[in-house]
Design a protein around this ligand. Sequence first.
Ligand code: NAD
Ligand code: TDX
Length: 363
Amino acid sequence: MTETGTPRFPRLLVTGGAGFIGSCFVRDVLARKDGTNITVIDKLTYAGNRANLAPVDADPEQSARLRFVAGDIADQTVVARFAAEADAVVNFAAESHVDRSILDPEAFLRTDVLGVHILLEACRTEQERARVGARAAAPRFLQVSTDEVYGSVETGESREDDRLEPRSPYSSAKAGGELLARSYFVTYGLDVVITRGSNTYGPYHHPEKLIPLFVTNAIDDQQLPLYGDGLQRRDWLYVADHAGAIGHVLDHGVSGETYNVAGNNERTNREIVTALLEHLGKPWSLVRQVADRPGHDRRYAMDSSRLAALGWTNTMPFAQGLAATVDWYIQNQDWWRGIKSGEWKDYYQRQYGARLAGSREAR
Ligand code: NAD
Ligand code: TDX
């Protein structure tokens, strides 16, 4: 947003806007009621859910400023059409789950690398149109990346200029996507900014990920499959803080720069599970120690002073965010029970069947 209250980018193309973080970004930007119009392109994979935008549909003023396109970012025709009408492109679209990338990596390359390439090419076409006067300015491109591109960080905190050492098919594909985005800044002078966010949690989080999986399983008194010793460490960031930081970088980020978005809430997985069970009033005996994730990154931690210098700080205290998240899952059971059916059952069996059969009580 500019100082006059008018949006810097009045027409946004938001890819992956029906997913967890993308839908939060769309809901929050439209709720500002500053006149921003958003086109969402989302393939509606197993992780995408049109219902994540229901709060927008419920308000006629907001829904009039949202256009939803069911489409693939790797589809050049769809992307070109909507990039032509956008002042900025914010790319949330991705295959995002590490465990699925271990089971089946190919979809990750297609969306997280090739999809980014198609989006960048569409922006490059628009840059050329701007050069010949067919539009006012080239679109800005924001690539949503992840702390996982640094790989496992045993001590200290990753800074933006550190080496990228991704270790899973997911994080390697994400690193490929963001390096490609950076190359379009260097090579073609495209206006590119990149964010690397920490492990994000909050409402509308697909129940395949640690926090929503364990909360929804525990509500049903189902076993909680903790990988290995459970002493892996993650830095947790509330979803509205992550979406807000992305909006801040979109508006204020320096072209060509990358910004870490840390949560500054480092916890072991065991600490997370203990807190969830406590809030739900459920026993630790639900927790099973299962075979570890292959190549499991032990720890992520980032320094986000560059983002702080740009004027952004998180606002959600961790205990409050976690409590609000657990309560949301208690109150929105239709949302996740719908997801935990159909394809989900096959996935769950593939991912956890043998693991749980060979599990032992977690001490
Ligand atoms: P998500 O899996 O919940 O949502 C991804 C969305 O992208 C879904 O709506 C899906 O339908 C859509 N999508 C997938 N492939 C597509 C394609 N080819 N074309 C169009 N749409 C497609 O993911 P999320 O947790 O909301 O993550 C959003 C972004 O943030 C991702 O780029 C992810 O790598 C990154 N990120 C996530 C976290 C986290 O903890 N969740 C942390 C840091 C960064
Ligand atoms: O069943 C489980 N048991 C378990 O012990 C699951 C699903 C996870 N875990 C562990 C693995 C990790 O140490 O919990 C931790 C968190 O796992 P995930 O929720 O799968 O997240 P992670 O692998 O850390 O990746 C997340 O953060 C960075 C997002 O899924 C990525 O999209 C993001 O880039």
